[in-house]
Design a protein around this ligand. Structure first.
Ligand code: NAD
Ligand code: UDP
Length: 319
């Protein structure tokens, strides 16, 4: 297939480019570098099956030649207001990537009669009242809350994707991605994994926001990419959760990172840094992914963190 991947210079997009190329496909990467990094794609420069277009997906997209699949991953993704890369500091760009970007990428899929895959998120469940979250759960979101620029853009993107499927017969897929980590995460986007790993490697205390009793379920990037690739090849049109169901409190997670890195500095509870509308629980129900895609994650948290640390060491000059 000839596949357009938006957000290609980001964390997940760059891993998807690698996977599709390794499967023999041709990839057209697209990105405007608003939160991504060209270094994530540097190793693909000159590859005969990789081309790159620098472009903002909020504007009309023209791709020369035939396209067989479109994977729309372009969007800021960090909720942390302390980082310039957090989506609350890029509110209009985030809404445009999710709304106009989804419209434009669906337009490409329609023009080429290509299959389409939308990167949605567990954030569409908001601060969930159902636990763990199944795809049938409608969510608990504040349309004008702090996180709304992201949640509502993604909810709109899902609705528009289903509308193109229904009205134009586009062969669409929707993946609801739960917290994923691994090499190539931006060091300074304020998400918990880069923050904790950097602090641990510098032997500093880990900053736990709020009381640390909020939970997340962390998936290693290779497992996620496997699930997304299977979904791309499937013919499932309804949303599918992809994530690791092993749930941990953020406090436990900090202790695990300190244990793996032998960091004696402990944790620091930062009640003042508790993020607004921070979901208190998050855990995917992956029954659908198991039955439809025959997929489940294989990498334990300890193994995944150990495979992530060398990237951060290299970036911090600690190797
Ligand atoms: P990331 O910030 O590393 O990557 C996003 C990429 O999109 C960046 O390279 C950025 O420059 C690009 N981008 C943003 N707006 C753009 C625009 N208007 N035009 C062109 N490019 C644009 O984040 P990520 O973690 O790799 O997330 C990728 C996708 O997966 C996002 O859609 C995000 O919502 C979704 N997602 C990620 C996670 C996760 O845990 N990593 C969880 C749920 C959903
Ligand atoms: N968090 C934290 N310390 C940090 C960064 C984040 O305790 O230095 C918390 C954050 O409040 C949230 C969780 O870790 O409860 C996950 O945050 P992240 O930004 O990774 O993504 P989210 O899952 O909220 O989208």
């Amino acid at each position: 297939m000839r596949v357009l991947i938006t957000g290609a210079a980001g964390f997940l997009g760059s891993h998807l480019c690698d996977r599709l190329i390794s499967e023999g496909h041709e990839v057209i990467g697209m990105d405007n570098f608003i939160t991504g990094n060209p270094e994530n794609l540097a190793h693909l420069a000159g590859h005969p099956r990789f081309t790159f277009i620098r472009h903002d997906v909020a504007n009309f997209i023209f791709v020369p030649g035939k396209v067989d699949a479109v994977m729309h991953f372009a969007s800021p993704a960090s909720p942390n207001p302390d980082s310039p890369y957090g989506y609350t500091n890029l509110p209009i760009q985030t809404m445009k990537a999710g709304a106009l970007g989804t419209h434009n990428t669906l337009g490409v899929a329609r023009a080429h009669q290509a299959r389409f895959l939308l990167a949605s998120t567990s954030e569409i469940y908001g601060d969930p009242l159902e636990h763990p979250q199944k795809e049938t759960y409608w969510g608990h979101c504040d349309p004008i809350g702090i996180r709304s620029v992201y949640d509502e853009a993604k909810r709109f993107a899902e609705a528009l994707t289903m509308a193109y499927h229904g009205a134009h017969g586009i062969d669409t897929r929707i993946v609801r991605i739960f917290n994923t980590y691994g090499p190539r995460m931006r060091l300074d986007d304020g998400r918990v994994v880069p923050n904790f790993i950097q602090q641990a490697l510098r032997k500093e205390p880990l900053t736990v926001y709020g009381d640390g009793m909020q939970t997340r379920s962390f998936c290693f990037v290779d497992d996620l990419v496997e699930g997304i690739y299977r979904l791309l090849l499937s013919d499932e049109h309804y949303p599918v959760n992809i994530g690791n169901p092993t749930e941990t409190t953020i406090r436990q997670f900090a202790e695990t990172i300190n244990h793996i890195t032998n960091n004696p500095a402990g944790i620091q509870i930062k009640m003042d840094l508790r993020l607004g509308d921070d979901p208190q629980k998050r855990q995917p129900d992956i029954t659908r992914a198991k039955s439809i895609l025959h997929w489940e994650p294989k990498t334990s948290l300890e193994e995944g963190i150990n495979r992530t640390i060398p990237y951060f060491k290299e970036k911090l000059g600690l190797l």
